[in-house]
Write a protein that binds this ligand. Structure first.
Ligand SMILES: Cc1cc2nc3c(=O)[nH]c(=O)nc-3n(C[C@H](O)[C@H](O)[C@H](O)COP(=O)(O)OP(=O)(O)OC[C@H]3O[C@@H](n4cnc5c(N)ncnc54)[C@H](O)[C@@H]3O)c2cc1C
Length: 426
C-alpha cells in the first residue's frame, strides 16, 4: 500500500491552496490529490470570479480580518489577478445608504467559466511539475483514522496527514466522515433565496461593478452576479434518502465569449436554525423537494409582472411581447414561487428587491425572471482542535464543505492555513 506525507481529497481551490502551500515550503513532501471528477476541481470552473476583500468568502466565526488579508495577499502574489476597475460607486453607495442598504467595495477579478478552466489546467500542470500526484476519477469512500488509511473506489492509501476538501457537493460525504470519526459538528445555518435574471440595461450597475454586493436588512444580500455572457444553471442534489432535487446557480463566460446582454444574480436570506430543528441540510432537502413538487420535478420560474399581480406564470408568459427575453434556463416550470418558499424568506427578499429597484431603477421590470430555489449550504461546522482546521489528529477539514469558506479565495486561504498547521507538525 502506498503512503503519502499528505493526501488531499478534492482538487477545488481549498485543495489547491493546501497543495501549493505545502510544496512551496517543503518541496520534498510526498503529496497526493484525489478527485472524483474527470476534470480537476469543482467550483473554480464555474464563472471564476474571485473576491479579494474580507469578509467576502470568509466566514467571520473562523476568520479574523488581519489573518484573512495576509492569505489574500499571498494568493494575489500567486495568481496575479487582473482586479477590475469600478465606476460611479459613490452614486450607488449614497442611494443605498439613504434607504438603509449598503454597497460593499470588493476587489474582484473575473475569468469566466472558460478562463477558469484554463487556470485549472495551468495550476494542475504546475503541481505535476512539482511532483504532486493527481488522481482523477477516483472517489474517496471512507477513512480509518486509527490505521491512517483511506479507502477509495480503487484502492487503499496510507497517509500521515489528510486534508479533506470536498466542497459543497461533498456535504453528505463529509457528514458521514465526521460521524464515523467521531468529530462533532453543527449544521444549523442556511441561505435560501432566488436567482434574478434580467436584461443588462435594467441592471446597469454591472457595467460599473461586475459583482456588486448589496446588503439589506434582515440578513439579505445579493450574491454571485454574472453578466456579459451570463447563464442560469441548475445543480442536482440528493437528499439523504436518495431523492433528487435542484438548486439554481449562475455563471458567465469570459468577455471573449458571445454576449447575451443578460444579467443574473442571487438574492439570499441567511437564517440560523435553533431547537428543535437544527439541521440546515434536512431543512434544505425539504425546501428542495417542496419546490420540485410544485414545479413538477423542475425548479420554478416566475415573471416579476405575474408575481406583482399575485398570479402564477404560465408558459405563454414566456413568449408574450411584454416579456421581452427568453430565460436562459427554460427547463424550469413557470409557476408561483410563493407556493413553495417560506414567507420568512420571501417577504424579506421581496422587500430587499424593492430597495434594490430604488438604488438601481429597472430591476423590477415585469419581464424580470425569478428562479427558485437557490439554496446555499455552508453549514457543516466541525469542532476544530486547533487554529489550522485540524478536526482529529492529522485530519484537516477545509473549504466550503467544512464551513471554513464561502468562495474561491476563502477556500484557497483555508487550504494554506491547514498546510501551515501540517508543516508545523511535520
Ligand atoms: C455554479 C457555481 C458558480 C460559482 N461561482 C463562484 C464564483 O464565481 N466565485 C466564487 O468565489 N465562488 C463561486 N462558487 C463557489 C465556489 O466554487 C466555492 O466556494 C469553492 O469552489 C469552494 O472550494 P472547495 O475547494 O471547498 O470545493 P470545490 O471547489 O467544490 O471542490 C471540491 C472538490 O472535491 C471533489 N470531491 C468531493 N467529494 C469527493 C470524494 N469523496 N472523493 C474525491 N473527490 C471529491 C469534488 O468533485 C470537487 O472537485 C460557485 C459555485 C458554483 C457551484
Amino acid at each position: 500500500m502506498e503512503c503519502f506525507d499528505c493526501v488531499i481529497v478534492g482538487t477545488g481551490p481549498a485543495g489547491l491552496g493546501a497543495a501549493f502551500a505545502l510544496t512551496d515550503s517543503r518541496p520534498g513532501l510526498s503529496v497526493l490529490m484525489i478527485e472524483k471528477e474527470k476534470v480537476s476541481t469543482g467550483g473554480l470552473r464555474n464563472d471564476c470570479k474571485m473576491n479579494f476583500s474580507y469578509p467576502i468568502g470568509f466566514p467571520r466565526d473562523v476568520w479574523e480580518k488581519d489573518e484573512a488579508e495576509r492569505y489574500l495577499e499571498l494568493l494575489i502574489d500567486r495568481l496575479k489577478p487582473d482586479i477590475m476597475e469600478k465606476y460611479n460607486l459613490d452614486v450607488y453607495r449614497n442611494r443605498a445608504e439613504k434607504i438603509g442598504a449598503q454597497l460593499l467595495y470588493i476587489r474582484q477579478a473575473h475569468l469566466g467559466t472558460d478562463g477558469g478552466i484554463r487556470l485549472i489546467r495551468a495550476l494542475t500542470q504546475e503541481l505535476r511539475e512539482r511532483e504532486v500526484a493527481i488522481s482523477l476519477e477516483e472517489k474517496v469512500i471512507s477513512v480509518d483514522g486509527v490505521r491512517k488509511v483511506l479507502t477509495t473506489d480503487r484502492r487503499e492509501i496510507g497517509y500521515r496527514n489528510l486534508v479533506v476538501a470536498p466542497g459543497r457537493g461533498g456535504f453528505s460525504f463529509l457528514q458521514d466522515l465526521m460521524n464515523h470519526l467521531g468529530i462533532s459538528f453543527t449544521d444549523n445555518s442556511i441561505d435560501v433565496g432566488i436567482r434574478v435574471e434580467t436584461k443588462e440595461e435594467r441592471y446597469p450597475v454591472v457595467r460599473d461593478y461586475y459583482d456588486p454586493k448589496f446588503l439589506f436588512p434582515e440578513s439579505v444580500r445579493t450574491f454571485c452576479t454574472n453578466s456579459g455572457s451570463a447563464h442560469v444553471v441548475q445543480e442536482k442534489y440528493q437528499t439523504s434518502d436518495g431523492v433528487p432535487y435542484y438548486s439554481i446557480n449562475g455563471h458567465a463566460y469570459s468577455e471573449t465569449s458571445t454576449r447575451n446582454s443578460l444579467v443574473n444574480f442571487a438574492i439570499l436570506r441567511s437564517v440560523t436554525l435553533t431547537e428543535p430543528l437544527a439541521s440546515g441540510q434536512r431543512f434544505a432537502e425539504m425546501l428542495g423537494i417542496q419546490a420540485m413538487l410544485i414545479g413538477g420535478g423542475h425548479p420554478i420560474m416566475q415573471r416579476v409582472g405575474d408575481f406583482r399581480l399575485g398570479k402564477r406564470s404560465t408558459r405563454e408568459h414566456f413568449s408574450d411581447d411584454l416579456y421581452d427575453f427568453e430565460p436562459t434556463l427554460p427547463s424550469c416550470t413557470p409557476g408561483d414561487i410563493s407556493l413553495a418558499m417560506p414567507s420568512k424568506f420571501l417577504r424579506s427578499i421581496w422587500k430587499s428587491l424593492k430597495l434594490l429597484d430604488t438604488v438601481v431603477p429597472g430591476i423590477l421590470h415585469p419581464s424580470t425572471v425569478m428562479y427558485y430555489p437557490e439554496i446555499k449550504l455552508y453549514a457543516n461546522k466541525p469542532r476544530f482542535i486547533d487554529a489550522h482546521f485540524q478536526a482529529s489528529p492529522g485530519i484537516y477539514l477545509i473549504g466550503d464543505g467544512a464551513g471554513t469558506s464561502r468562495g474561491i479565495t476563502g477556500a484557497w486561504a483555508s487550504g494554506m492555513r491547514a498546510a501551515e498547521g501540517i508543516l508545523a507538525r511535520t
